[in-house]
Design a protein around this ligand. Structure first.
Ligand code: ASP
Ligand code: MG
Length: 410
């Protein structure tokens, strides 16, 4: 009945890709293309762009703190619209397509409302439709608890739905189709010579996401890593190959740095003359946590005078709150303890699993910045990441310098 080597493909289309009737038609014809080649397709889609935000805004007009159970009922309706519309478009093109909500697709969740976690997938109906060789359009971002409550999966959760569906039906290919072309060595708006990566490991993508490169929902990448779902991030508007996200393999380590990433609008707080006794760091960080200040880099040291200094970075928006939270703590710590702040800085991070097996990577980065006359503020590292702060005015230059130093330029 079918061409040989028929593949089962899961394709995820985000809100922008289904954001208008024309875009929905574009998605439908992309799916039709795959069908014409003999492949089976399960499309997992988001609500039309802006719809989820609009629904949240409506609820907020009625209450500052809408009941989360009802928010889930409300927000899941966005995807219920888009799956029906895409299916109608497919039917109109002569494709035997059928839509399923999260519940119909057997997406079972646990956890709490508005941030459900996918527990398992029971794809009975999906498998039945596949056997009938129908094209299936699944609502992303939603599932159902074992007690029948509707859950949404956190913002951007359609990515997670797609990865989980691909895993449950053992798809031959999982594609995340989006408004970016793939994962780049750097933001192409900053580094003209940035290159699209042919492949990247789960860990590298997670690290890049944690330092400002937002390609997809991080939880979905973690899920893909856990269940070994290889996927491709590519554009829904052209046919260029995208970036394959996969388990790391040996050849990947020969590249020292996979990519660089920027976080702007950062601020630094430094507390000096802290007595070097147990419990001090806990007190300081506890106060910040209580004020819901999200701190990022932490650098501490003790000089020969036995006094410690702690520096942290945070988003500039949190600086005021951090200062008020720390004031009372400072008085408690010691009479000499003082606080110093600096806004207008940015963070530059280099990520690559190759760092594990190469030495001198940090030195290479710092030397390149030094030669370019760029001063480094704070430094922090993890196994596969090196981050530094620089003055925000210099961040773009710093990014280009480091991109070149690690041979990432096209
Ligand atoms: N529609 C949901 C959101 O806007 C889910 C998604 O787009 O992935 O967050
Ligand atoms: Mg989205």
């Amino acid at each position: 009945m079918h061409a040989l080597r028929m593949a089962l493909i899961v394709q995820k289309y985000g809100g922008t890709s289904v954001g208008s009737i024309d875009r929905i038609k574009n998605v439908a014809s992309r799916i039709k293309n795959e069908r014409d080649k003999g492949h089976q397709v399960i499309a997992v889609i988001s609500a039309m762009g802006g719809v989820t935000d609009k629904l949240i805004a409506l609820a907020k007009e009625l209450s500052n703190d809408p009941v989360e159970r009802e928010l889930d009922v409300l927000l899941s309706s966005g995807e219920q619209q888009s799956i029906a519309l895409l299916t109608i478009a497919l039917n109109e093109m002569g494709i035997d397509a059928v839509s399923t909500t999260g519940r119909q697709a057997g997406i079972v969740t646990s956890g709490s409302h508005t941030r459900g976690r996918i527990e398992r997938i029971e794809p009975t109906l999906v498998n039945q439709y596949l056997e009938q060789d129908r094209t299936i359009v699944v609502a992303g971002f939603q599932g159902i608890t074992k007690d029948g409550m509707i859950h949404t999966l956190g913002r951007g959760g359609s990515d997670l739905s797609a990865i989980a569906v691909a895993s449950s039906v053992k798809a031959d290919l999982c594609q995340i189709l989006t408004d970016v072309d793939g994962v780049y060595t750097a933001d192409p708006r900053v580094v003209e010579n940035a290159r699209k990566l042919p492949e990247i490991s789960y860990d590298e993508l997670l690290e890049l996401a944690s330092v400002g490169t937002k390609v997809m929902q991080s939880r979905s990448v973690e899920f893909a890593k856990k269940y070994g779902v290889k996927f491709e991030v590519k554009s829904s508007l052209n046919n260029n190959p995208g970036t394959i996200v996969t388990e790391e393999h040996e050849a990947m380590e020969s590249v020292v740095i996979r990519g660089v990433s920027i976080e702007r609008s950062q601020a630094r707080v430094t507390i000096t003359a802290i007595p070097d006794t147990p419990g001090m760091s806990g007190r300081i960080l506890g106060a910040l946590a209580e004020a819901e200040v999200n701190i990022d880099m932490i650098v501490s040291n003790i000089a020969s005078d036995k006094l410690a200094r702690h520096s942290f970075t945070m988003h500039t928006n949190d600086l005021g709150r951090a200062q008020s939270a720390l004031k009372p703590v400072l008085d408690e710590l010691s009479a000499d303890a003082a606080i110093e702040t600096e806004a207008g800085i940015a963070k530059l991070s280099c990520v690559g699993i190759g760092m594990r097996s190469h030495s001198g990577v940090a030195a290479q980065m710092f030397e390149a910045l030094g030669k370019a006359g760029i001063n480094i503020g704070m430094i922090s590292t993890s196994e596969i990441k090196i981050s530094v702060t620089v003055e925000e005015e210099q961040i773009e230059k710093a990014t280009r310098v480091v991109h070149t130093a690690f041979g990432l330029d096209a």
